[in-house]
Design a binder for this molecule. Structure first.
Ligand SMILES: [Zn+2]
Length: 285
């Protein structure tokens, strides 16, 4: 059990028709909340650290903690770099023992995205680390506070995706089909036919970014049409913030660590809810 790579998780999810949640670790509370939710629900899980969150987590200091927790877990866990944009971030997490990386070249011209992703695939696969890459572009920043709307001109082109996957040898492809990072403006519309076609032409498990704010039906339809990994961050962050805003209503004698346990519980609930919708509950055996 315990520490596995992303390919193992998404292959099983694809085969059995569910999706694995990828939840961002930004501190000790999020790490504990995600793992407790996974173990209590017998769900495989992806612990992901975004390059954009490196300022909150000292990678050298925190990686051994994350990896130790993953190895100890009684469910399969992948430790993943989310939105690696620099070559150095990729190499740093490889050195620190991560089992999966996302290289995000989605803002680069196609040729350059292929070239860089292929290079990273070669390096990562040599040490049994899985690779996710993105084609098309999911707008909005990680945990973006300003509401966003998807841009159809940046959606993934299924034919291009086939070429991209063949040329790069990646294990999972993040697609742009109508989701956005952070908070949505208006009701999101997922382009399901585009998703289904991309899955058919590429043959690899697909990844949905911007998993906060979509309806349960959106998720079910996306999973039925090729999504095997869903990234969630904003919903967790908002659950934590909602709990923190209640601090004035709590007894003054409540200590800091006791309060942080309550925050952790709120995050755990948000994670559990997603695991249920993704159908990953009870899949760890
Ligand atoms: Zn993302």
């Amino acid at each position: 059990m315990a520490l596995v790579n992303l390919k193992q998780l998404v292959t099983d999810a694809s085969r059995r028709g569910y999706a694995v949640g990828s939840f961002n670790v930004v501190n000790m509370e999020t790490l504990q909340a995600i793992l407790q939710a996974a173990e209590e629900n017998r769900s495989p899980v992806i612990l992901s650290v975004a390059e954009a969150h490196f300022p909150f987590i000292d990678l050298e200091e925190f990686s051994p903690i994350i990896l130790r927790a993953a190895r100890k877990a009684t469910v399969p866990v992948a430790v993943h770099l989310d939105h690696g944009q620099s070559f150095s971030a990729i190499i740093k997490v490889l050195r620190n023992g991560f089992t999966s990386v996302m290289f995000d070249g989605s803002t680069l011209p196609l040729e350059e995205n292929i070239f860089k992703t292929r290079e990273i695939s070669r390096i990562a696969h040599a040490v049994n680390v899985s690779v996710e890459a993105e084609l098309g572009h999911v707008t909005g920043g990680e945990g973006d506070a300003s509401p966003g709307v998807a841009d159809p001109s940046l959606f993934t082109d299924p034919q291009e995706a086939r070429l991209f996957v063949t040329e790069t040898g990646i294990d999972a492809l993040a697609v742009a089909i109508g989701s956005v990072h952070g908070i949505y403006r208006g009701t999101p519309q997922l382009d399901i036919p585009r998703l289904a076609k991309t899955r058919k032409l590429t043959g690899v498990p697909l990844v949905l970014h911007g998993g906060s704010g979509l309806s349960d039906d959106d998720f079910r339809e996306a999973i039925a049409n090729g999504i095997a990994k869903v990234n969630v961050y904003t919903d967790m962050s908002q659950a934590a913030m909602a709990k923190i805003r209640t601090v004035d209503t709590l007894p003054e004698t409540l200590g800091f660590p006791e309060f942080m346990v309550q925050v952790r519980e709120a995050i755990k609930e948000a994670v559990t809810e997603k695991m249920r919708v993704f159908g990953s509950v009870g899949r760890s055996n």
